[in-house]
Design a protein around this ligand. Sequence first.
Ligand code: SF4
Length: 375
Amino acid sequence: MADLKNNLSVLAEAYGNPRARLDYYLGQGKKVIGCFPPYTPEELVHASGMIPMGLWGGQTELMRAKSYLPAFACPIMQSDMEFGLSGAYRGLSAVIIPALCDTLRCMTQNWRFGVPGIPMIPIVYPQNRRSPASVDYLISEYESVLTMLSTITGQMMNEQALCRSIEIYNEHNAVMREFAQTANEHLDIVTPRVRHAVMKSAFFYEKSEHSAIVREIIAELKKLPAYAHPGKKVVLAGIMCEPDELLGIFEENDFAVVGDDLAQESRQYRTDTPAKGGGSLRRLALQWNCRTGCSLIHEDGKPRGEMLASLCRLSGASGVISCMMKFCDPEEYDQPYYEGDLRSAGFPCLSIEIDQQNTSYEQARTRIETFREML
Ligand code: SF4
């Protein structure tokens, strides 16, 4: 139990202080690349011998970012821009920005002009994934990213290194999926805040290091008797669910999170890079084609509602909380479809607004309390 507590607090510390993690790697003489969310090809950074570090915004006062982004840009990009302009990301060798939505597309140019001290590497993913040309196109995008990364390291990554990095990332995916499953038997320990800290801390670690810590957490949890959670169980959908004050309201209301479709959490772990299909760059491109149920990826038939309903059935959740990132168009377009499908499947859905800069949670508290009564 001492190891379990220690490992959980190590990850909570990393989650609470990403700057310390950046300084730790810089202190080891490593180069660190900032990875804008979501789906930045971290494997390319890892295989190039550098540390990929997630940039998911955070709580800060928006001052200079307002000169670059309109007030209706999502809070993650507002705060990432503010951190870039204020020097909070000093030490990064570059950032990679996947241009997956209109705001991210704007960010590529805003960053280029606003933060010239940290080079920006853009990547554009194909949305017509049925065309065989999409794989070749994505490989050429990856090659451009690798060329830019090689100007930082002074050498080009090799095939063997990328194969190894893909293995490490697939292993990490499996470990995180196992953690999510094991956590559901120990909801007294893995509260919504603890679950989120374990998930998010992954962005601030080299992945094999994070896998090693989470494996120990899983092993310790498995030694404990299963806990029957007396409160309600829910699944979270959306881009992310934070800050801690909001997750604390779930806990006050005896809600346990037993599954999620958050872009920051399980959505990134559910699709492995295939073991076969060609060279490592081609396999990485095929992973993109295998991703499903994501608001940022075009897909006929909108399967997300059924996917969420099935997650509720498997995890014993009574409903879904849609964590709607403020001003996030891709999520707003998807929401009516998956909410309708969830209702037809008999699962109620509550929508709450996510704004990292919010300081008052009274409206969310009232809505969450009411939802508890409904379930
Ligand atoms: S997908 Fe949504 S949350 Fe992510 S950058 Fe775009 S608008 Fe912001």
